[in-house]
Design a protein around this ligand. Structure first.
Ligand code: NAD
Length: 550
């Protein structure tokens, strides 16, 4: 059965309601479409279910997005800015509704939906509205030492930034609104259309995103959502006729997406996994560092790409730090935080994530580690796992080297600053990290030597919410940027226009090739690049004559 121009119903059984979804959100539902059934991982209650998009529909969805993009990019800039201002107002006015969907799908505390998802979405919208006037401004090229000559020849170059076209966003479930929304709003601000594939763990939050854009008044097909599994729908999207794929997710899937995108040479931005180090020097403000660690290790139940996963503490303050850290972590209340503002940590996303944590703890012990606290699932309904710290695990062990997407941190000690930097950099990941000291000069010097897209001095992992700062990783944490000017640069084509007033009849390098052309070419290279000015005047006169065609 093919449903074409009819809205599709998604059920929210526990609310006893149904919602209508726009046809172009996942336009066609075939008889064999995947069915996505979503449960709240904290309460295990159903959230809703819906049919997936058929991968066969993706070319048509992109075609429609492309048509909408042409219309959107042709609108006057101020009109587009007004739409994004309305978008900001709409999201701000609907924080509770959107947060509720986020919390139901992920089980995360309400504080985290508001502070991380909603704030980063709103900050990116505000930043985009502010930046839009400068995004499309043409900028002249500086020819450097050749400037005088280019002026004499009557030539100039400039860059006219243009939208890329259609941006595919393949998103994870951990910040199911904040991540794709901030990427989508910047893409749209840069004049592009967006086709988003949310994680199949968080499809309803993905649909909330589209709803916000539509409410703000973007053209119907400018921001579309396709629903389904990564292997089917995500793969079809990455290998489709889009102009960039922004992928946020695991390194393993990143590799698959690069391979799929390579089929069409689609450029990719890769925001991948992390294993962030925290370096605590002897002169650090230890209570603040311990407080930061208790948040930075366990925010979103440790399911944050920039969660602290390795803590390196100077040996002189190691025990003191462990005591403070254990005390702060022990105060974190587990549960479902929609109705309880004191809940500090929600569940993991599903049962297999909990099993993975158990396996990682067992492996850490096998390799010499010791559980300082936590290490098991509590006696609770839902996919919970206790905040966990492992000590004594060697630097080479899996718990220190492999990604742990859950509430487990390894704590190690160091003797010298050099040793701390080298241990922090001894990782295949390089997403973010932090150094803690009361000597800011020393902190900066260490931060500048640590690997990662962002290194904080005396803070941890919050700059995703500051949309004006670039976001991106190195090594197996990915490449490219979202957010900041660097992020906008990846959403625009630096269209180069070169204008020649046509003062001369020909170029030195045009046909016919002959002995004179060869001598002049050699001589010019000597003057321009070799700094040899002998016979320069005569050579330039002869060149001028030749260019004039005499
Ligand atoms: P994931 O890699 O399993 O999935 C991410 C997205 O890719 C989902 O939408 C999924 O459906 C899709 N996908 C899966 N297989 C695919 C395939 N073969 N082809 C196309 N698409 C496919 O990641 P996740 O479990 O949703 O999120 C957790 C991971 O994301 C962690 O590794 C975390 O570190 C990373 N992450 C990174 C950042 C960052 O900014 N660097 C931010 C958040 C999360």
């Amino acid at each position: 059965m093919i449903l074409r121009d009819r809205p599709v119903q998604a059920r929210f059984p526990h609310r006893g309601s149904k919602i209508l979804l726009w046809p172009s959100a996942f336009t066609t539902v075939s008889a064999r479409a995947e069915r996505i059934v979503k449960y709240n991982p904290a309460t295990l209650e159903p959230v809703g279910e819906l049919d997936a998009t058929s991968p066969d529909e993706i070319p048509r969805i992109i075609h429609k997005a492309r048509a909408a993009q042409a219309g959107w990019a042709a609108l006057p800039l101020e009109e587009r800015r007004e739409v994004l201002k309305r978008l900001q107002a709409h999201v701000a006015a609907n924080i509770e509704t959107i947060s509720r969907t986020i919390c139901e799908e992920t089980g995360k505390p309400r504080m985290e939906a508001i502070n991380a998802d909603m704030m980063s979405a709103l900050s990116a919208t505000m930043y985009s509205v502010e930046k839009m006037p400068s995004l499309f401004r043409p900028r002249g090229t500086d020819f450097g030492k050749l400037s005088l000559m280019m002026r004499y020849l009557g030539r100039r170059s400039y860059i006219q930034p243009r939208p890329l076209g259609v941006i595919a966003i393949i998103a994870p479930w951990n910040y199911p609104f904040g991540i794709p929304f901030s990427q989508a709003v910047m893409a749209v601000a840069a004049g592009n259309a967006v086709v988003l594939k949310p994680s199949s763990e968080t499809p309803f939050t993905g649909l909330e995103l589209r709803k916000a854009f539509i409410a703000a008044g973007v053209p119907e097909d400018l921001v579309q959502v396709v629903i389904g599994s990564g292997s089917k729908v995500g793969n079809a999207l990455a290998s489709s006729n889009v102009d960039r794929v922004i992928f946020t997710g695991s390194t393993e899937v990143g590799r698959k997406i690069m391979a799929a995108a390579a089929q069409r040479l689609n450029p990719v931005t890769m925001e991948l996994g992390g294993k962030d180090p925290m370096v605590v020097l002897a002169d650090a403000d230890l209570p603040r560092a311990a407080e930061a660690a208790a948040w930075g290790c366990y925010v979103n139940a440790g399911q944050t790409c920039v969660c602290i996963k390795r803590i390196y503490v100077h040996e002189s303050v190691y025990q003191q730090f462990l005591d403070l850290f254990s005390e702060k972590a022990s105060r974190i209340k587990l549960g479902y935080g929609w109705d309880d503002p004191e809940v500090g940590m929600g569940p993991l996303i599903n049962a297999s994530a909990v099993e993975d944590m158990e396996a990682q703890v067992a492996r850490a012990i096998e390799q010499g580690g010791r559980v300082l606290f936590g290490g098991k699932r509590p006696n609770m309904k839902g996919h919970f796992f206790e905040p966990t710290a492992i000590v004594d695990a060697p630097q080479s062990s899996d718990i220190v080297q492999k990604e742990t997407f859950g509430p487990i941190v390894a704590v190690l000690r160091f003797r010298t600053e050099e040793e701390a930097i080298s241990m922090a950099n001894d990782s295949s990941f390089a997403l973010s990290g932090s150094v803690w000291t009361s000597d800011l000069g020393r902190g900066r010097a260490i931060a500048e030597r640590m690997d990662g897209g962002t290194i904080h001095v005396n803070n941890v992992g919050y700059t995703f919410g500051l949309a004006s700062t670039p976001w991106g990783g190195r090594k197996e944490s990915g490449f490219g940027h979202t957010h900041g000017e660097e992020g906008f640069a990846e959403l625009l084509e630096p269209h180069h226009v070169h204008v020649d007033k046509g003062r001369f009849a020909r170029e030195l390098w045009w046909h016919p090739y002959d002995q004179e052309g060869l001598e002049l070419s050699r001589g010019l290279n000597d003057i321009l690049f070799g700094g040899r000015y002998g016979r320069a005047a005569a050579l330039l006169l002869r060149t001028r004559r030749r260019l004039k065609g005499r």
